[in-house]
Design a protein around this ligand. Structure first.
Ligand SMILES: *[C@@H]1O[C@H](CO)[C@@H](O)[C@H](O)[C@H]1NC(C)=O
Ligand SMILES: *[C@@H]1O[C@H](CO)[C@@H](O)[C@H](O)[C@H]1NC(C)=O
Length: 487
């Protein structure tokens, strides 16, 4: 086994330690005597729990440690009740949430953490930051898991796609956007980067995780696990030096590949139509007419195309705000798209592949500092950077000209892999992110021409970059092209 599983909350940062040790007090033998503490705690809990997955898992653990036990289905029902996830649509598949209420000291936090909405000033609520730097909406996640656990008793999974994703895939052909947290160590406020659709990136992430985990827990013979155990296994798995190459299958950093393996877009599209029909029935409206249904099917098909492009073909990209980028200095130059080249780099320094969000974000900040302060450039030079943590990090991105490949910055994207690859290769997984996903994402989005040429930095500039080992490797990649002289 190459992966250490740890409990998220063991990775505490300074400010959190005090609050967390306080919270543990009322679990143990202190409880009977300290009524006052419990009362104080109830205001305290809400103030001190952040919108981080670690804190949510801790809250779940407290529900499980309470008087009503840790049976996952019953815990999920109590969470659903606390969060008010109790409408007719959900009840149709999962039944009404009935049972003992969660402790008053937790219910405020839980309903705030789980209840999903987007405010008028583009703040997205009901979402949490995960240790891998992505954000998930908790409601679709929990509904998917509940559908999975319920299937264990009912024999088949009902409504998994409808509860997690399909319910909102019809409302608009637009999807996203992602957003930015006010703090990555103690996140409280998540602000969207543009106008919200019904399926923000966090909703999609939560929905995908709900499908993946719902399927998993419904599998017969899987060892029983508490909800908090399941969440910490999935969200807190650490990688060793091989990166995702040797990581377990069921880990949040594999969200998109797992989802891709489970769900076919036509099946998902049919579920979207079924969800609309069900909602009509539940609200007492008549069935759709043939023409209306045809229009819906066409609309869903369009929406599904965008969904597949954005969330299945494209790799997950950590936005600049999440790695703590400094602003661009000066005025960026727009690229004229589509471009014809992708240039492959290694960072050389940092020389070690990064395996965690924290480390990759630190590396991104240090490269940006070097490029801006020492080199005097406007910004980090690369268009995109691949970590070994399962993610692509946003540099100058798709629209702005980079500073990566002297004399060729207007004609191609510069993509760098973090590490020194003179004598060894990056993880297969991180190379796949660049070679397959980033490339097809660029072509599908009209950013690169379909017959674009992929080259190593050294083919156009006198440099050893991207390292001998990585250069040898990319000569075998599709789209690899020989030097065209005379540029
Ligand atoms: C560059 O593109 C952005 C939109 O993507 C636009 O707002 C801006 O005006 C453009 N800049 C120039 C110099 O064309
Ligand atoms: C390339 O760089 C090396 C050292 O950095 C230098 O010795 C060599 O002359 C350069 N070649 C050309 C063609 O500029």
């Amino acid at each position: 086994m190459h992966v250490n599983l740890y409990k998220c909350q063991e990775e505490t940062t300074g400010a959190d330690i005090w609050s967390r040790s306080r919270l543990r007090m009322d679990n143990g033998h202190w409880k009977p005597a300290l009524v006052l503490v419990v009362v104080l705690l109830s205001t305290y809990v809400e103030a001190s729990y952040s919108q981080h997955m670690d804190d949510f898992i801790n809250a779940v653990r407290r529900v499980e440690d309470g008087d009503h036990g840790s049976d996952p289905l019953s815990v999920l029902r109590r969470l659903r009740m606390a969060a008010g996830l109790n409408d007719a649509f959900i009840g149709h598949f999962l039944g009404n949430a009935v049972g003992p209420e969660v402790d008053a000291s937790l219910s405020g936090y839980l309903s705030k953490a789980v209840h999903h909405r987007v405010t008028e000033d583009a703040k997205e609520e009901g979402v949490v930051l995960t240790p891998d730097g992505t954000t998930v909406a908790l409601a679709p996640l929990l509904l998917g898991i509940e559908a999975g656990f319920l299937a264990k008793t009912e024999g088949r999974v009902r409504g998994l796609y409808q509860l997690t994703l399909a319910k909102d895939l019809d409302s608009s052909p637009l999807l996203g956007p992602d957003g930015c947290w006010d703090s990555v160590t103690s996140p409280q406020v998540f602000t969207l980067m543009g106008s919200p659709s019904a399926l923000t990136t966090a909703r999609v992430n939560g929905g995908m995780d709900g499908v993946v985990l719902g399927m998993e827990v419904s599998t017969k013979g899987r060892r029983p696990l508490t909800l908090s155990g399941l969440l910490s296994e999935y969200y807190c798995g650490q990688l060793e030096s091989e990166g995702l190459d040797t990581a377990p299958r069921l880990i949040s950093r594999r969200r998109r590949e797992n989802f891709r393996g489970l769900v076919s877009p036509p099946v998902l599209a049919r579920q979207v139509v079924k969800a609309v029909e069900l909602r009509r029935t539940l609200t007492g409206r008549s069935k759709m007419e043939v023409k209306e249904k045809k229009q819906l099917v066409a609309l869903v098909k369009e929406g599904m195309k965008e969904f597949v492009h954005k969330y299945i073909d494209c790799p997950p990209i950590i936005p600049r705000c999440m790695w703590g980028a400094e602003p661009y200095r000066g005025t960026p130059t727009n690229l004229s798209l589509p471009l014809s080249f992708m240039f492959i780099h290694h960072t050389h320094t940092p020389s070690q592949p990064c395996l965690t969000f924290q480390q990759c974000a630190t590396d991104m900040r240090s490269m940006q500092r070097f490029h801006q302060d020492d080199r005097g450039w406007d910004d980090i030079g690369y268009s995109f950077v691949a970590g070994s943590d399962g993610y692509i990090y946003e540099g100058r991105s798709w629209l702005q000209r980079g500073a990566h490949t002297l004399g060729h910055n207007s004609v191609g994207y510069g993509v760098s892999l973090i590490g020194d690859y003179a004598t060894r290769l990056p993880s297969q997984h991180s190379m796949g992110l660049v070679r397959d996903q980033l490339a097809s994402c660029a072509v599908g989005g009209g950013r690169l021409v379909a017959d674009f040429v992929l080259q190593g930095h050294r083919q156009v500039v006198n440099t050893s970059c991207p390292g001998d080992a990585l250069y040898d490797e990319i000569t075998g990649w599709e789209h690899f092209g020989e030097v065209k002289k005379g540029k």
